[in-house]
Design a protein around this ligand. Structure first.
Ligand code: GDP
Ligand code: IMO
Ligand code: MG
Length: 420
């Protein structure tokens, strides 16, 4: 058995949550491999909507194991609120969820450091979700992190206070208040809550499960263009969002990986700062935002919108080794008389199909224009019901990328998913 990986190919919010939920019946284990509460994965079914931040998107299915991998940074306060908001009851979530002992903890002071650092950047701010992600991963990399497994060690409080003292020194450098205040108490209470959940060595667990023939789906957060190495650095998140991140974030050997499902929107969005070549600051961009309800699932911020960027998509397919493409939010483009796709960039005076080192240096964009479709596609149940123009758009993408599009999503609900 091989582990399949599902991840975002753009700047996040591609619809990963919806598809992981839809594919969960085909798997025994659904395992998140990186990120933290900066993620917002939306799932809709039976006229209810859930937004998950830390919990894998297979949680609503019976008899499935959901795993929070070592690659995540976990805020216990967010975790507790999230479990309590699911409507499943703590006991049911406890039965369906395993947490890696090696996952790192987000401390209250990590959130303060995030806010202080962003404020210090002024105009150059990243547009972070301010969930403490960057500072928690910084502590991980500098070997000062606190992990879930530390919760069960008697030195836990001493280590915590040493970390907070260090963070307070840093915060003074930012001229920022150094008292975590009430949130510290809430954090300790939330840790007691978290301790009720089963913690495991996910690496051994996954290895054993594979030997037993279990089917495993690794769920990514964010998207390839936000990857710490391959994204639009420094306007990125602090983890590896690419397929390789599934190996380091769960303890999977590269030889055990199978399909790589790459999710992309029929257009592009980005929330936060940083270069976004195809961004539309016009009525078309606003129309995409309105029709696609493009407001952040975690922060509520309006998402920047633009046409599909093929060089960026091809790059993401390359670094991830994508074997199947899933196209999301096709319905949002219904009604546009023309669909534009950025085919190449002009960079240093000549046409470029590869991403330059700095996307902000792109001089202009070269677009292909395809005919749009006028009809509503939200009621379509099969490929055959799609308008010819939508089929042509999808076939154009397949030709350009060399990868088949095997799922097309036409609405937020679980059921609005067309398999080919
Ligand atoms: P994720 O972070 O990749 O899981 O994506 P988000 O949940 O942050 O953002 C995707 C948004 O689009 C959510 O509000 C989904 O409910 C919604 N969505 C997903 N698929 C579709 C679709 O095919 N059509 C429309 N109109 N909305 C969709
Ligand atoms: P999902 O999993 C979209 C963006 C932030 C900011 C940058 C760094 O829902 O697709 P961070 O809080 O990580 O320090 O923010 O990354 N960002 C996301 N954008 N979807 C996400 O997750 C994101 N997680 C972080 O807006 O620009
Ligand atoms: Mg999201």
């Amino acid at each position: 058995m091989k582990i399949d990986i599902l991840l975002g190919l753009q700047w996040g919010d591609e619809g990963k949550g919806k598809i992981v939920d839809a594919l969960s019946p085909d798997y025994d284990i659904i395992a998140r491999f990186q990120g933290g509460p900066n993620a917002g994965h939306t799932i809709e079914f039976n006229n209810t909507k859930h937004v998950l931040h830390l919990i894998p998107s297979g949680i609503f299915h019976k008899n499935k194991v959901n795993i929070i991998g070592n690659g995540l940074v976990v805020d216990p306060v967010v975790f507790r609120k999230e479990v309590e908001s699911l409507g499943l009851g703590t006991e049911t979530v406890r039965e369906r969820l395993l947490i890696s002992t090696k996952a790192h903890l987000i401390l209250p002071t990590h959130k303060m450091l995030d806010a202080a650092h962003e404020a210090s950047l002024g105009e150059a701010r990243i547009g972070s979700t301010l969930r403490g992600i960057g500072p928690a991963y910084t502590d991980k990399a500098s070997r000062n992190g606190m992990r879930v497994g530390d919760l069960f060690r008697k030195e836990f409080r001493d280590i915590y206070h040493a970390r907070v003292a260090e963070h307070s020194r840093k915060l003074k450098g930012y001229d920022y208040s150094d008292n975590p205040g009430e949130s510290e108490e809430e954090w300790f209470e939330a840790l007691e809550y978290l301790k009720q959940f089963t913690t495991v060595n996910v690496d051994y667990y996954i290895c054993r499960s594979l030997k037993e023939g279990k089917r495993i789906l690794a769920e990514g957060a964010q998207g390839t263009m936000l990857d710490i190495d391959f994204g639009t650095y420094p306007y990125v998140t602090s983890s590896n969002t690419v397929a390789a991140g599934a190996c380091t974030g769960l303890g999977i050997a590269p030889s055990c990986t199978g399909e790589v499902f790459g999710i992309f929107k029929a257009y592009c969005t980005r929330v936060g700062s940083g270069p976004f070549p195809t961004e539309l600051n016009d009525a078309d961009g606003q129309l995409m935002r309105d029709r696609g309800n493009e407001y952040g699932s975690t922060t509520g911020r309006p998402r920047r919108c633009g046409w599909l960027d093929l060089p960026a998509l091809k790059y993401a397919i390359m670094v991830n080794g994508v074997t199947r493409l899933f196209m999301m939010k096709a319905d949002v483009l219904s009604g546009f008389s023309e669909i534009k796709v950025c085919r190449s960039y002009t960079f240093n005076g000549s046409e470029a199909i590869e991403l330059p080192y700095c996307l902000a240096d792109i001089e202009s964009l070269n677009y292909d224009t395809l005919p749009g479709w006028r009809c509503d596609i939200t009621g379509c149940h099969s490929w055959d019901e799609f308008p010819e123009e939508l089929k042509s758009y999808i076939e154009y993408i397949e030709r350009e990328t060399g990868v088949p599009v095997t799922i097309v999503s036409v609405g937020p609900d679980r059921s609005s998913t067309i398999y080919r």
